[in-house]
Design a protein around this ligand. Structure first.
Ligand code: GLA
Ligand code: ZN
Length: 690
């Protein structure tokens, strides 16, 4: 079977795909006809279909009816659209749930769910696998070599967990294969704690709120919960690979993907990306999500396949329905958010959805075509205008270029899971918030940041930030230490190097296998009550380098001893006033900084600026709030994006347009390079000297 890969220019498709989810099975012929007339005016070139049509394609367990999908496919193909074909397995037909009730999930409270929602199949159920597989084979055989097809969209937003008896039995087998003997499992989960050691694999009970569950999502045995997450992740992934292989058997050419949701906790997307031709993002920030925090999700999505361009598979053109308050995107904001994706490495812009549903829970979800049913709306106009721009950009050389950066932030889903199952030291220690906090300051300096799994090749990075690197294997710690020794600059924090990958603590003092690297020993970890703060006071030697007299800090305060590290700051108050809270250790050719408490933004801004400059990473200091800068490249070609993410005008104190650079979005006119209107976007293209 041919493995798919981007073309010689690095492109996913021969143009920027622009379009999105379309659900014509919900509509009568006259509405479909109307859509056919409206689509060309919307400037789209791509349509995603067959996302939730299983019940229409298969009236019962034995028969199939593809006549409607044939008609939809034929008409879109005839009109020249690039078709993204989904497999419809994300929403089960009623007959399947009726004939095989075990396809419905059992939840964390032990309740069997009933037919109703979507994304709700038990990943272990043989009936679900059988019928989903049969359907996908038929779809792949029927459409796999059609001219209009450009991409496969498997299932939809895989996610969630099942805790049923089928999953329990499969979990027992999975554990037997992983650990070999019950003794090893007892050890891995430290089951002698509270006398929970087991004698046989059948003693294993899946996580349950009425079993090992505790308050605030914590569990008695994080080892059990972690392994259950790993197991369920693999079960769901095996559904994806089943569909993928069935499709590949009929279609050797087109890329196969499924849609991701950023830092969606239940799925280890690093693991998924290994099995996928390309990755894609469904992008639904709330109105209160700061744009920079959304940039983190774009950078993450790009990083999953080590910088290969990705698809922006879904975004709403205007509003959502499932937030509590579903604000409209302001005029220009949809365009700006689309460019935020392109800036960070996306090569498509797709919407959910093309026509707004009439009934069901998404009838208030935004769409290109509103309930009014014509083109004379603000949203339709903005969509059409962006379509014209993207058509020009499609031939600009931009598609297929890459974001290349020497700065990374280490993270893993296993840490996400393990950290948040762990009881203590503080319920306010949330992984996503920590990643946000440490990302923000880098982003403000105009550098791109890769999200880096600890097992990735680290050699291309000069600076790595490792907030709350809670779980770490000995091998990962060694690789990280070797990377610093060879000249890397690492910033790590409280709650790093604490546990191994089974969530058992590394003995011998925190931060365990990072102790020699950081040159400190953390003796105790204090948790601050909400609203309580301490402060970091720079030492005399570090005063100039750190620039201010004090920086506020909080959340956790490690009491640390500097062993080989130099002390940069000490605590201002509490019984550990005067003890070190910020250190740096020279290790081989490199440096390891350790933050014993969570500092305010100002300290990170200062620290990042100093270490990036010292590491010769190009930064853009003093960017006004809300201005984002990102760089894509290929060979000597450079594309710098400058985006005003706010609904207010912004002034830059210097132009970010290099001499001789072309401005791609306003050829001929050249909007101001320093006065950026609300939601302004500039793309500057130039050739770098070899
Ligand atoms: C998800 C789904 C879509 C739709 C949108 C609405 O991303 O994939 O089917 O429900 O949410 O925001
Ligand atoms: Zn199950």
């Amino acid at each position: 079977m041919t493995a798919w890969h981007p073309d010689a220019e690095g492109r996913l498709f021969d143009r920027i795909l622009y379009g999105g989810d379309y659900n014509p099975e919900q509509w009568p012929p006259e509405v479909r006809q109307r859509d056919r007339e409206l689509f060309p005016q919307a400037g789209i070139n791509s349509v995603s279909i067959n996302i939730f049509a299983w019940a229409s394609l298969q009236p019962d367990a034995e028969s199939y009816d593809f006549s409607d999908l044939d008609a939809i496919f034929d008409s879109l193909e005839a009109d020249g659209y690039q078709i993204v074909l989904a497999t419809s397995t994300a929403s089960m037909p009623a007959w399947l749930a009726r004939l095989y009730p075990e396809v419905n999930r059992v939840d964390y409270e032990g309740r069997r769910h009933r037919h109703g929602g979507r994304h709700n199949f038990c990943p272990t159920s043989p009936a679900y696998r059988h019928f989903a597989g049969r359907l996908v084979s038929r779809i792949a055989a029927r459409y796999g070599s059609r001219r209009g097809l450009v991409c496969w969209h498997v299932n939809n937003e895989y996610g969630g967990r099942c805790y049923c008896e089928l999953c329990e039995a499969a979990f027992q087998n999975w554990l037997a294969a992983r650990y070999g003997t019950v003794e090893r499992l007892n050890e891995a989960w430290n089951l002698k704690f509270w006398g929970h050691n087991i004698r046989s694999w059948e003693d294993i009970v899946v996580p349950n709120l009425l079993g090992d569950g505790m308050a605030d999502g914590r569990t008695t045995f994080a080892g059990l919960s972690l392994d259950y997450d790993r197991f369920q992740n693999e079960q769901l992934l095996s559904l994806y690979t089943m569909e993928r292989d069935l499709i590949r058997a009929h279609d050797p050419l087109n890329p196969i993907t499924t849609n991701f949701m950023g830092l969606y906790k239940p799925l280890d997307y690093f693991r998924w990306a290994e099995e996928m031709d390309l990755v894609s993002l469904d992008n639904y920030p709330g109105r209160d999500t700061p744009p920079w925090a959304n940039a983190l999700l774009h950078e993450l999505t790009r990083s999953l396949k080590r910088g290969q361009p990705y698809m922006l598979m879904e975004q709403t053109p205007s509003q959502q329905n499932w937030q509590r308050w579903n604000s409209l995107k302001r005029p220009g904001q949809m365009r700006q958010m689309s460019y935020q994706a392109l800036a960070n490495g996306a090569d498509t812009v797709q919407f959910f959805q093309l026509r707004r549903s009439r009934g069901g829970c998404e009838k208030f979800h935004g769409a290109v075509i509103a309930h009014a049913g014509h083109a004379e709306t603000r949203v339709f106009g903005e969509v059409a205008a962006l379509g014209r721009e993207l058509a020009r950009l499609s031939t600009s050389g931009l598609p297929g270029t890459r974001v290349l950066t020497a700065v990374g932030m280490l993270m893993s889903w296993e840490i996400y899971w393990g950290l948040e199952y762990t009881s203590g030291p503080s319920v306010d220690l949330r992984y996503h918030e920590q990643l946000d906090h440490y990302y923000h300051g880098l982003h403000r300096l105009g550098v791109n940041v890769d999200l880096v799994h600890p097992d990735f090749d680290l050699a291309k990075y000069r600076v790595l930030i490792a907030p709350v690197l809670y779980m770490l294997s000995a091998a990962q710690a060694r690789r990280l230490s070797d990377w610093v020794r060879a000249g890397g600059t690492l910033v790590t924090t409280y709650m790093s190097g604490i546990a191994d990958l089974n969530d058992n603590v590394w003995l011998g003092g925190y931060p365990g296998p990072l102790r020699e690297l950081a040159g400190i020993w953390a003796e105790e970890i204090d948790a601050l009550l909400p609203g309580h703060r301490n402060a970091m006071r720079p030492t005399a030697a570090a005063a100039e380098w750190l620039g201010a007299e004090r920086y506020s800090c909080g959340l956790l305060c490690d009491r640390i001893h500097a062993e080989t590290a130099e002390i940069l700051a000490t605590y201002e108050s509490d019984f550990y006033a005067g003890e070190p809270c910020f250190t740096v250790n020279r290790y081989g050719e490199g440096l390891c900084f350790y933050l014993a408490s969570m500092p305010e933004d100002a300290l990170l801004a200062r620290l990042y600026r100093q270490i990036l400059e010292a590491a010769n990473v190009a930064i853009i200091p003093d960017l006004p709030d809300g201005i984002e800068v990102s760089l894509r490249q290929r060979g000597t070609e450079r594309y710098r994006f400058v985006i005003n993410t706010l609904c207010e005008a912004r002034t830059l104190d210097r132009s970010l347009r290099p001499a001789g650079a072309a401005s791609l979005l306003d050829p001929g006119e050249g909007g101001s390079d320093t006065e950026l209107e609300p939601f302004a976007v500039r793309i500057y293209r130039w050739e770098e000297e070899e």
